[in-house]
Design a protein around this ligand. Sequence first.
Ligand code: DGJ
Length: 744
Amino acid sequence: MKPLTPLLLLSLLPAIAFADKVELRTPNNSFVVELKQGAEPQFLYYGPALKSQDIENLEKASDANWSCADLYPAYGATHTQNEICLAMRHSDGNMSTQMLIDSWKESNVNDLAPNGAKRSGQLLTITLSDPLYPITVHLYYLAYDDVDMIESWTDITNGEKKTVTLTQFYNPLLPVRRGNVYWTHFNGSWASEAQLIELPLANGLVEVKNKDGLRNSATDRNEIMLSLDGPARENEGDVIGAALCYSGNFRITIDTDESDYHQYFAGINPDNSEYHLKRGETFTTPHSAYTYSTRGTNGATQAFHNWARKYQLRHANQERMILLNSWEGVYFNINQEGMDQMMKDIASMGGELFVMDDGWFGDKYPRNIDNSSLGDWVVDTRKLPDGIPGLLRDAKKNGVKFGIWIEPEMANTVSELYEAHPDWIIKAPGREPVQGRGGTQVVLDLTNPKVQDFAFSIFDNLLSNYPEIAYIKWDANAPVMNHGSQYLPMDEQSHLYIKYHEALIQLCQRIRAKYPDVIIQDCASGGGRANYGLLPYFDEFWVSDNTDGLQRIFMQWGTSYFFPAIAMASHISAVPNHAVFRTTSLKYRCDVAMSGRLGMEIQPKNMTDDEKAFCRQVITDYKRVRPVIQFGDLYRLHSPYAGDNLASLMYVSQDKQQAVFFWWKLETFKNQHVPRIKMAGLESDKYYTVHELNRIDNKPLSCEGKSYSGAFLMQTGLEMPYTHDVDHNKLNDWASRVLQLTAE
Ligand code: DGJ
């Protein structure tokens, strides 16, 4: 594998900061390693920024049994009993490797981040080699100048005369000093993504992993938080946030053995993926990103959000359009008149974009349900006689932009594509393909350059013929269901997962090189691809196919730990909800959707005039506070996981002049007592005027129009009635509030 973003090194600094101790510095953090030629690289410190004298005096935790702070243990020569970062079979069959320091260098970096933004930082490159075999490993640490983020990754070069086989290839590990450490991870399944789980780290090994092949955040996610002094608190305590920036199968292991450290390992999942590295070839691992916060979980979240908005997401300083997506409104029932009506309706409610989802394509095999046509990306003119030009014409007429759904990595066995190219799909050699969704869905084998060209041509045909297309929803609804590439040679079948994701990133880069402006949503059966491996090529992701207001509070809460609101597509949908069949009030659904990138996923034709008028009001209000939600700092105030039936969060603009406060009741009981919520992130001395958005009550809240000091709002907070003051026939069991705060 080649590095994805070659670094442009502007100046090489010979300086080694403190004899053999090297410090990497971000605005508020220091990361210190101890380096000696001929020794293993040692971890010394990660935490708040240090003074130089303290760096000189730093020492690692006592290591009774073995060198417990080695950053890159390799299997076999000295490390056999513990977890390791690197394991390989040399060309002569020897399974032992030892990685010792040859040299290291520090340099300033000024280059382009994966999303194309300029960045600057400090790069430490440590060169390791094996005394017995010509294997070279570079460990890289990149410390950003302006955000508290350190990225680390490695490359492994085979200098042997023949092929070596890599059987484990993690990034450098991160040792975390033992104490009262808790870890939080996010587990889920389809329609129930990103559920937060927090547990203490005890002796033993814990692991999160994904083996889907394609959708690596559908189940366990590759981001975790470590709270170093007891269960995580939002605004206090030391917390490390860690993300593996990868879209393929991953494994994250935290090993707590007899040493003084919990050892965090992250990398490509080596299961069924041993990698044959030919003579002279280099294998590069995906990046790990770390932040250290002394302001609790929230500090780690904000660092990730800032880094994401600067260096990860596309167009992250551009406000996102409010859209209507056709999926839950009409599913496969696409037709020209219906699309025109939906465009007209979303425009009349103040929306800015209409996205036509699945069901628009297929000639010989029309896509009427999910059992055919993927791969045949031609308009079904029985449904859409005027084709895409007709849709663009109608969008223009209605004053909205137009977007379209595709699933470029897939085919159905019932398709013209499959008839022409049965050899383009992933399947086990000699076996019948296993078919997924609709009984016929298969995954295209992106390792094949012809398939890569085909996938690119889907974008190219749409975007070069119709440059007015403003938005693409890129979906992926299947895992690898049986292992095998019809393109890779038999002795490289184990490269399938890795090569697939390498090709996927190359496809994204090719698309972005030609079409930098188009907005692309990252969707995979809902939130199956929310990861920082892919997001640098996308603008946003679909959080979940579950649009139920109540469950979305939980899913968006978990998702918010690492991903900012601007990236979280969050849509108002119909009731009973199509995933959980719960009936929540329209206001509740709007108040939840508004806390992310607002959109709609509904058939407006089925809405009453009152409902449409309310949504028009919501969209108008959202436009007012959109910059605060999309670019402001998030403060989580009260967790839905706390068990007292309330959730609350707020966004504060970076200049602290504006804020938006969200408050949702989760369950309603008679004579219920809910806690008063203290706000956060405001300026104590400023006075903020309160205005309720999306109001349905007959009487305004008692705080309406009043001004409160930031100190009062943060120390005491406002009383929220737990029901709504509405006419008797409008009473229901849902209550929520959205308040706009404006500094005087
Ligand atoms: C799965 C996505 O998550 C949905 O939003 C929708 O686009 C369907 N696929 C369409 O088949």
